[in-house]
Structure formats: structure tokens, C-alpha cells
Write a protein of this length. Structure first.
Length: 281
């Protein structure tokens, strides 16, 4: 099995899983309590469609929190492609705990594999252009770090994790600050260590952002012709990121303009869960 990207810090992983189990188990699994406490189950997880696997750390943590006696054996690693019908892992352990954790564990696996799969589709669509696919902050509530990890498994890269680890000056920030130059100057003074990006709506704003010293610009709703002009004038002087309205149907043409980055919320907010099932041996 190959090695995927590093998952989030352990405490974040534990918190994600604990919250998911709490909302499902509540005061206890009434149905699983009907099973004899000493009963042992062997199961395997099958993927019913082609996909990119993601979610192993959350799957494993689910069963660890329920019963450390459950053994999980993976046949594939996060980031690897799955063919429909493939077995991805097998489990053996106390029946009650496996039954109680089944849905929560599969929920993580199907949502994160859906994110990784959608990301891989975008990455494949721009292959050979040099453009990098970035995510956004448009993630499922409570699963920001998990979905950011899934994007990496799909071959994309993370934009900022949140509002604390990069500066993105947008239209309302510019209006409040008075100008792009004023906002950039303040950001460079207060947060010199952070990526500094400015969202621009036209070539005039782009020129101001370049002169002011921004490290990257987000080209908001630029059509293909204007993107090409931006690339001709500023490629190599500042990072160029295209965004807004990006889809699988349009992303190749956008990448072909020569932009450095393409960001899209589609890979995290418009995902389709991958179909996994747990079968008992």
C-alpha cells in the first residue's frame, strides 16, 4: 500500500469521531444490545463504484473509540483508486461494537472518498497545463480538516485552512480599508509571515494589487479572454488564481489560459457520497 498525506492532528481526529458517535449513539445502541456480549463478527467493506479512497484514520478511530479489540486490516491506502467491487478492508472483533460503529465509520468513508474522488476528476481534467487545483472554505460544517485532507488525497492542494492562516482581501475588505493599496500595506505590516492574496474584479485592480506588493491575486469571474490578458501581463510577477463558476466542464479551458491556480468549492460542497457497504463473513 502507498503512503497518503498526513491526516490532521490526533486530537482533531478524536474530536471529529467522538462528536459523530455521540449524535448517533445517544444513550446507547438499543438494537446492538440484543446481541450476546461475547459474540464476535468478521466483516469486510466493499466499494460499489469506482472512486478514490479516503477516510481511513476516521474509520479506524471510530472503532478504536468503541472497542480497542476490533482489528481493521486495510487492502488499500488513502489516495489510491478503487474499482467497483473491490474490498477495501476487513474487520474482526466484538459484534456489538462493530454494529454500533458501522454507520458512523462508513459515513466518514463515503463523504471523504467523495471529496477525494471529485478532486481527482478536477486534477485529471487539468493535467499537463501546470495549473494547480485548490480547495476553498466551502466545506461541510465540522469536517473542515477532514475534507482538506481528502483534497490532498485526491491530488489537489489546500488554499487556506481558515481565516487565521492566510490573508485574502476581498471586495468588502477593500471598501472598508479605502483601497487595495491601503489594505495590502496594513496586511504586510501586521502579518508579514502569511500568504497575502487580493481578490480583484478587473485588470485595473490587478495592476494595483501587483504594485502594492500582494503575493497572489484571485481573478474573480474573469472571462477567458481577460484571463489570457492577465497571464500575458503578470505571469511570473504574482501568483494568478482563477475562481468563481468553475466546473468540470470549464476547468480545462480556464487552465489552458496559463493561470497558476484554480480554486473551486465544487470539490468540497457539491460532492456525491461514494457507495460503500459492510458485509459480514
Amino acid at each position: 500500500m502507498g503512503m497518503g498525506p498526513e491526516p490532521p492532528q490526533e486530537e482533531l481526529l478524536v474530536e471529529d469521531v467522538a462528536q459523530a458517535l455521540a449524535e448517533d449513539l445517544g444513550t446507547g445502541d438499543c438494537t446492538a444490545s440484543l446481541i450476546a456480549p461475547e459474540a464476535v463478527l468478521e466483516t469486510r467493506v466493499i466499494c460499489r463504484e469506482n472512486a478514490v479512497l479516503c477516510g481511513q484514520p476516521w474509520f479506524d478511530e471510530t472503532f478504536r473509540q468503541l472497542d480497542e479489540g476490533i482489528a481493521v486490516q486495510w487492502q488499500l491506502s488513502d489516495g489510491e483508486e478503487i474499482q467497483a467491487g473491490n474490498e477495501v478492508c476487513s474487520l474482526k472483533g466484538p459484534a456489538r461494537a462493530i454494529l454500533s460503529g458501522e454507520r458512523t465509520a462508513l459515513n466518514f468513508l463515503q463523504a471523504l472518498s467523495g471529496t477525494a474522488t471529485k478532486t481527482r476528476e478536477y486534477v485529471d481534467a487539468v493535467k499537463g497545463t501546470g495549473a494547480v487545483i485548490l480547495d476553498t472554505r466551502k466545506t461541510l460544517p465540522g469536517l473542515r480538516r477532514a475534507q482538506k485532507y481528502a483534497v490532498l488525497c485526491g491530488g489537489g492542494q489546500n488554499h487556506r485552512i481558515g481565516l487565521y492562516d492566510a490573508i485574502l482581501i476581498k471586495e468588502n475588505h477593500i471598501a472598508a480599508a479605502g483601497s487595495i493599496t491601503a489594505a495590502v500595506t496594513r496586511a504586510m505590516r501586521d502579518y508579514p509571515e502569511l500568504l497575502l492574496e487580493v481578490e480583484v474584479e478587473n485588470l485595473e485592480q490587478l495592476e494595483e494589487a501587483v504594485v502594492a506588493g500582494a503575493g497572489r491575486v484571485l481573478l474573480d469571474n474573469f472571462n477567458l479572454n481577460v484571463l489570457e490578458t492577465a497571464v500575458e501581463r503578470y505571469k511570473g510577477r504574482i501568483g494568478l488564481e482563477a475562481s468563481c463558476g468553475i466546473s468540470l466542464d470549464t476547468v480545462r479551458a480556464v487552465a489552458a489560459t496559463g493561470v497558476d491556480f484554480i480554486s473551486t468549492g465544487d470539490i468540497t460542497k457539491s460532492i456525491q457520497a461514494i457507495d460503500f457497504s459492510m458485509r459480514f463473513i
